[in-house]
Design a protein around this ligand. Structure first.
Ligand code: PEP
Ligand code: MG
Length: 601
């Protein structure tokens, strides 16, 4: 009797949720780029060979340096100087005297081959940094890992595997991607990338956005779920990855992809239209940037200016502090490119989760409540004045506005303005031109500032609500702690009440109010924010067209009623349900087209 052929059991699809790092939907075969374990032999060397080993080590350092400089040159040419600065961190590792000295001392003492000694020392550094509570330091681990692997491969004479040689279109899967991996990759053949680790501020996320490749980071276990050739779907809009998807899922995502492309095309048509409601209320719709290289994205998405320029990125990945000249050049470039629209330059917001290695800032128990932002700048007037001079000088070339972060009360605003006045007087004396009518505003991101916004409004030209921090302080929820992320609720009645208070207090003094936290780009809440009277929304460039579409579909008079009712609701859940209901009623095809709304885990 013939045996009945058994059907192969179907693989069950696996859905993983991560952080959407760059938008777009794509699907294809996986290319796992796992950090192949490098075999480092534990070989003894004779006393007289120690000198040769040291020479071999120094030669490998020089070779690695040459490789990194070549990548640096390639990146600056293709993606601009700012992006290339990441490699400054790599060069810093290569020049680290303490590290090099430790390797040489250990080599002399233990007499093992240099690759073994070097790897032992590096592993120790990596272990300490990976356990650091500081996110910035943890993110440096990938820089160190990347350089260490290069040095090792040069010592062992091994090939450095890179994404340059990809032969066909694939989705790159990795624990983390180093900047040099992304820099060298074959652009046409990388369809998307997905990683186990990384946050929104990681290099991978920054690179993905500027390369316009869909990406999802922070998936935690993608590398242990994917094999070479596994078919995967990457949804960079919602931060979802599906491994071995079923036919139905593929069909669904193909439809989503088509709809997304159509939606983007449709949104693109709004690019040059104003963000104006059906009954004629126009709002300012601006974009947030981190670096001058982000400006093309602002213009391409039809944002009217920059509502938040996070200047701390110019201070990162470098040895010393940026000079006044360097800052001036960067601010001037942004001012000129965004002109005639305005750019809100936020002064240095160091601290919290943004750590600068070149500044001797002690480790704190509660960094978000500690020596950060304006507090740091007021304590270090030289650093602050250098930045203010650079901004003021650049203001002669466009429309710049200054904004202070983390203002907690009137005293700080006054102190900052006193320093600004001193810098202005100095420039005047030297006949250095600057915009004398430049607006100066305060970020409202601390509850005490919100509660005293009536007082602050008398001495500020504008406010911008920093909801990322305001929510964490108002609800006592650390914004970077994933364990309590469920408590981080933008639609919490406490947050809505604070926003209303800020807007009303400002308007009473004829002060305009913007919002530059992530909440400004939360499509479900646009109707409420509009109805509360927000004058300006500043979101990441890719979200701008969607917010514009919503504003253009609403009537201000309706939005006011929605906001009024929302303020009477008692929980975040109720507010969101109500807002969704209203959006579906007032904005045509709201749910079906708003693909960027993040799914809940
Ligand atoms: C905010 O706090 O909302 C904000 C925009 O600033 P950052 O995210 O840089 O703290
Ligand atoms: Mg903030």
């Amino acid at each position: 009797m013939r045996k009945k052929k058994k059907n192969k059991p179907k693989k069950k699809e696996i859905v993983l949720y991560g952080i959407p790092a760059a938008p777009g939907i794509t699907m294809g075969p996986a290319y796992p780029l796992y950090d192949e374990e490098i075999e480092v032999p534990k070989k003894r060397v004779r006393e007289r060979m120690v000198v040769d080993e040291i020479a071999r080590f120094k030669k490998a350092l020089v070779k690695t340096r040459e490789e990194i400089l070549a990548i640096h040159a390639k990146i600056s040419k293709e993606m601009g100087m700012e992006k290339a600065r990441i490699f400054g961190a790599h060069l810093m590792v290569l020049e680290d005297e303490v590290l090099i000295g430790e390797v040489i001392a250990k080599l002399k003492k233990e007499k093992f081959a240099v690759e073994y000694v070097f790897w032992e020392v590096l592993k120790k550094y990596i272990k300490v940094l990976s356990k650091s509570e500081d996110e910035y330091l943890r993110e440096r681990v990938s820089d160190i890992n990347d350089v260490a692997k290069r040095i090792l491969k040069n010592l062992l004479g091994a090939e450095h595997r890179s994404l340059q040689d990809l032969k066909k279109k694939t989705v790159v899967v990795a624990y983390d991607l180093s900047p040099s991996d992304t820099a060298l990759m074959h652009r046409g053949n990388v369809m998307a990338f997905v990683t186990d680790i990384g946050g929104r501020t990681s290099h991978t996320a920054i690179m993905a956005k500027s390369l316009k490749i869909p990406a999802v980071v922070g998936l935690e276990s993608i590398t242990s779920n994917v094999k070479e050739g596994s078919y995967i779907i990457v949804d960079g809009n919602r931060g979802i990855v599906v491994i071995d998807p079923s036919k139905e899922t593929i069909k669904k995502y193909l439809q989503d992809k088509k709809r997304f492309a159509k939606f983007e095309k449709f949104l693109f048509k709004l690019k040059d239209l104003p963000a104006e409601t059906l009954d004629g209320k126009e709002i300012e719709l601006a974009a947030n940037i981190e670096l001058p290289d982000d400006v093309p994205g602002v213009l391409a998405h039809g944002a009217k200016g920059v509502g938040l320029y996070r200047t701390e990125y110019i201070y990162m990945n470098r040895k010393g502090l940026p000079t006044e000249e360097e800052q001036y050049v960067a601010y001037k470039e942004v001012a000129e490119k965004i002109k005639p629209n305005s750019v809100i330059v936020r002064t240095l917001d160091l601290g919290g989760d943004k750590f600068l290695s070149q500044l001797d800032v002690p480790h704190e128990m509660n960094p978000f409540l500690g020596w950060r932002a304006i507090r740091f700048c007021l304590a270090k007037p030289d650093i602050f004045k250098t930045q203010l001079r650079a901004i003021l000088r650049a203001s002669a070339f466009g429309k710049l506005k200054i904004m202070y972060p983390m203002i907690s009360g009137i005293e700080e605003l006054r102190q900052a303005n006193d320093i600004l006045k001193e810098v202005k007087d100095n420039l005047k004396k030297k006949s250095i031109p600057f915009d004398k009518d430049m607006e100066v505003g305060a970020m409202i991101e601390v509850p005490s500032a919100a509660l005293t916004s009536d007082v602050l409004a008398k001495e500020a030209d504008f406010f911008s609500i920093g909801t990322n921090d305001l929510i964490q302080y108002a609800l006592a929820v650390d914004r970077v702690n994933e364990k309590i992320a469920y408590l981080y609720e933008p639609a919490h009645p406490a947050v809505l009440r604070l926003i209303k208070m800020i807007i009303d207090n400002a308007h009473r003094e004829d002060v305009w109010v913007g919002m530059c936290g992530e909440m400004a780009g939360d499509a479900t809440l646009t109707v409420i924010l509009l109805g509360l009277g927000l004058d300006e929304f500043s979101t990441s460039p890719i979200v701008v067209p969607e917010v514009k579409r919503i504003v253009r579909s609403l009537r201000y008079e309706d939005a006011k009623k929605v906001a009024e009712k929302a303020l009477t609701l008692s929980s975040s859940k109720e507010v969101i349900m109500y807002a969704k209901e209203k959006m579906e009623e007032l904005v045509p095809k709201f749910v079906s087209q708003s693909l960027r709304l993040k799914d809940k885990k």
